[in-house]
Design a protein around this ligand. Structure first.
Ligand code: BES
Ligand code: MN
Ligand code: ZN
Length: 499
């Protein structure tokens, strides 16, 4: 699907040759006259056919003066990016037809706003996305070209470009997360990362079991040993910034299937544990977006990838393993495997002298209970980093919510047989998981995003959301724009703009 940005006045919009034209009508629309579009909207409002309320629509067929056979008027309320997203999603759903290959989205009745343009583009992409890789009978996306009409192209051009890259990233993440586990093994994820490594400024390294053993990643190895699929440790470098400038490090949980291991999960909905590599998918997706945008910043993606399976070789409850950091862990529940692979990845990340480290993981069912599917859980002891990530989520309409990290929450992780246990009871489960990870973040400017509730949808619309690619991309772009603000890792060199 190609996007195109055009300067369109309300008058010229009617002349657009597309199969369907969506017109966003803000509450502020007065009784403007002149041209078929203004007149259509004015009479639809006057006659009460276009009700007020964000997302309310009116489909007009062969409206006089329009080139497009279908014109959909849709209410966009205040015209905020969130309202624009809701409006476009509602309107696109009405013209999701095999015969609609060219679509126009007219934002010209709204003030020009880059975030609204991005929101409109992402909403259109989300509403028309179809997964086909293992379902050849599914009809792919019919839509081929989307023309976004605004008051003045120059005002929103940059955000339009970001919007295109964001969609590429989100769809990359959706594709990999949606693939069933036998079509998205650790080796296949590594191959996808290698392919991204052929794009400008990206290099991919892939480590196998021998090299991971040499690095002494005892916790990661412990999870992987129950599967016949060999683990992969994927490291991607995007070098858009100054040479040697400290990178933003994104660490993604890459459990390609989580059975729970010996602490096996119940059968109901276990298929959804193919999405347990949603964190890894979001890192891959962010790199796909970086490849397109080429911002002036250094980013490293780190993905520990393996399956969590029960087997004769599998780790058993009570087993004690030594992590790469040297700290020992009593594995009381083999289903708390995400933190085991992430803790070694965090120790590895510390070597990169990072600007900041953000891990992204479908880590706990408890986070789904706490925040549902609206906001991802955000954990960080650093106010500067937490604020930056929170702000990025708001901007990109991919929100998160900060959760506490009081030391009292770590009490339950105490063990008589190791430096710590890997679980701490049911209460506050998302927080105790974060406290476990914090023990491996040392003095890093570290944050953790628990995306267990936001990475995918269940039910009839089961599928990956591609979240939190929009948040991560926005955060990285914010760092590129203001490299030395906020987050300070005293032991690392600041990320700098390419001069
Ligand atoms: N991948 C799961 C978390 C999960 C569960 C995400 C359900 C989304 C929906 C994770 O590996 C896990 O199993 N966590 C356990 C931790 C517990 C054993 C302390 C959980 O949340 O039940
Ligand atoms: Mn698990
Ligand atoms: Zn898991």
């Amino acid at each position: 699907m190609d996007f195109e940005l055009k300067t369109l006045s309300p008058t010229s919009a009617a002349g657009l040759t597309v199969d369907a034209l969506l017109v966003l009508v803000p509450d502020t629309f007065g009784a403007a006259s002149g041209g078929p579009l203004n007149e259509l909207v004015a009479s639809a409002v006057r006659l009460g056919d276009l009700e007020s309320g964000v997302g309310k629509t009116l489909v007009c067929y062969r409206a006089p003066g329009f080139k497009a056979a279908r014109v959909v008027l849709v209410r966009s309320g205040s015209g905020s990016p969130a309202n624009v997203r809701k409006a476009v999603a509602a309107a696109v759903a009405l013209v999701k037809l095999p015969s609609v290959k060219k679509l126009g989205i007219v934002l010209s009745l709204l003030p020009d706003d880059g975030q609204s343009v991005r929101a409109a583009m992402q909403a259109c992409a989300d509403a028309t996305y179809t997964y086909t890789t293992t379902k050849p009978s599914a009809k792919g996306r019919a839509l081929q070209r989307v023309t976004v009409g605004v008051g003045k192209v120059a005002v929103v051009q940059k955000d339009f470009d970001i919007g295109k890259a964001q969609i590429a990233g989100v769809e990359f993440a959706k594709e990999w997360a949606n693939r069933p586990a036998n079509h998205a093994t650790p080796s296949m994820l590594a191959e996808a990362a290698r392919k991204l490594g052929r794009k400008p400024n990206i290099k991919t390294e892939v480590l196998g079991p021998k090299q991971v053993e040499a690095l002494a990643m005892g916790a990661f190895l412990a999870v992987a040993r129950g599967s016949v699929e060999p683990l992969r440790f994927i490291v991607m470098h995007y070098a858009g910034g100054e040479k040697g400038a400290s990178p933003v490090v994104l660490v993604g949980k890459g459990i390609t299937f989580d059975t729970g291991g010996i602490s096996i999960k119940p059968a109901a909905d276990m298929d959804e544990m193919k999405f347990d590599m949603g964190g890894a998918a979001s890192v891959l997706g962010t790199f796909a977006a970086l490849a397109e945008l080429q911002p002036a910043v250094n980013v490293v993606g780190v993905i520990p990838a393996c399956e969590n399976m029960p087997d004769g070789q599998a780790i058993k409850p009570g087993d004690v393993v030594t992590s790469m950091s040297g700290q020992t862990i009593e594995i009381l529940n083999t289903d708390a495997e995400g933190r085991l692979i992430l803790c070694d990845a965090l120790t590895y990340a510390a070597r990169l002298k990072p600007h900041s480290v953000v891990d992204i993981a479908t880590l706990t069912g408890a986070c789904v209970i706490a925040l549902g599917g609206v906001r991802s859980g955000l954990f960080s002891a650093r106010d500067d980093l937490a604020d930056a990530l929170h702000k990025a989520g708001e901007t990109a309409l991919d929100p998160c919510w900060r959760m506490p990290l009081d030391d009292e929450y770590a009490e339950g992780l105490k063990s008589n047989f190791a430096d710590m246990g890997n679980v701490a009871g049911r209460a506050g489960g998302a927080i105790t998981a974060a406290k476990f990870l914090e023990k491996f973040a040392a003095d890093l400017p570290w944050a953790h995003l628990d995306i267990a509730g936001t990475a995918w949808k269940s039910g009839a619309a089961k599928g990956s959301t591609g979240r939190p690619v929009p948040l991560l991309l926005q955060y990285v772009l914010d760092v590129a724009a203001v490299p030395r603000s906020g987050i300070v890792n005293k032991s690392a060199k600041p990320t700098r703009r390419k001069s």
